[in-house]
Design a protein around this ligand. Sequence first.
Ligand SMILES: C[S@@+](CC[C@H](N)C(=O)[O-])C[C@H]1O[C@@H](n2cnc3c(N)ncnc32)[C@H](O)[C@@H]1O
Length: 293
Amino acid sequence: MIANNVPLVKPSLQRESDKREFVFTLADFEQIRKLIYEHAGILLSSTKQDMVYSRLARRLRERGLKTFSEYLAILKQSDKAEWEEFVNSLTTNLTSFFREPHHFPILGEYLKKLHGKPSIKIWCCASSTGEEPYSIAMTVVETFNNFNVPVSIFASDLDTKVLATASKGVYAPDRVDRLPRERLSRFFVKTAGSSDGSFSVRPELRRLINFQRLNLLEPNWGVHGPLDVIFCRNIMIYFDKPTQYKILKRFVPLMDRNGLLFAGHSESFLYASDLFHLQGKTVYELANKGMVR
Ligand SMILES: C[S@@+](CC[C@H](N)C(=O)[O-])C[C@H]1O[C@@H](n2cnc3c(N)ncnc32)[C@H](O)[C@@H]1O
């Protein structure tokens, strides 16, 4: 049996971990797994020790600590700022403009059907660095051929760092290089005074989106329906099924009866068929439309 306070090493990695700057035990790892699961719903598998070490090592360095147990003691004192850093360090924020592109023509067609509605509401609940909500906003403008549309996009994420990037709307050239030229010139401008050739989202597009921190695990979201669309892509994969189901259940009363829920390519909500039905490729609609407004 392995004692819980021994440094965390697989025999084959012994030499590698001997070089580690900070003491990191199996007990530390288990505690970190528990904390991030309880706080954010993020389920880290037992193989993620190296990832956890490398993502949090920067925090220990910054705070002048030598061991992960010292770091955990700071978290236990409910240091709010450090908790924010802790969570930000452990989220995975991979995203891109028009990721999973088949969703955007579906969104466009659906929006066309809503033409004339006085207010259209869209929630993007894991917006990361902003590429997803801006792709939604571009689809809205392209569909109605107008920036002045009665559409509001609420974009939220747990991670405050990515949210700040999203809100700024400034992207390095390699983030936008796969956008067609027309989109790039219609929705972005070269960032004034930047030496790295970055692009800024045009203010008229930015105005369609309201960015805010929101933890899907918290009991009060402060989100008001009816929502026409929810984008909840590539986030449920980090949660276990009971957590996913609880969130899906909370989506139901927030949605318009004909609303659409977009999921990520590896996420399936077929097990929640009492709540949502598959309508198209990873696009869901309410299972029981009679239950909502
Ligand atoms: C992989 S990104 C997905 C980004 C985007 N939806 C996409 O598909 O390209 C997952 C995002 O979920 C966010 N996240 C993780 N746990 C969360 C929670 N409990 N509440 C809200 N957002 C969370 C992370 O911060 C991260 O930005």
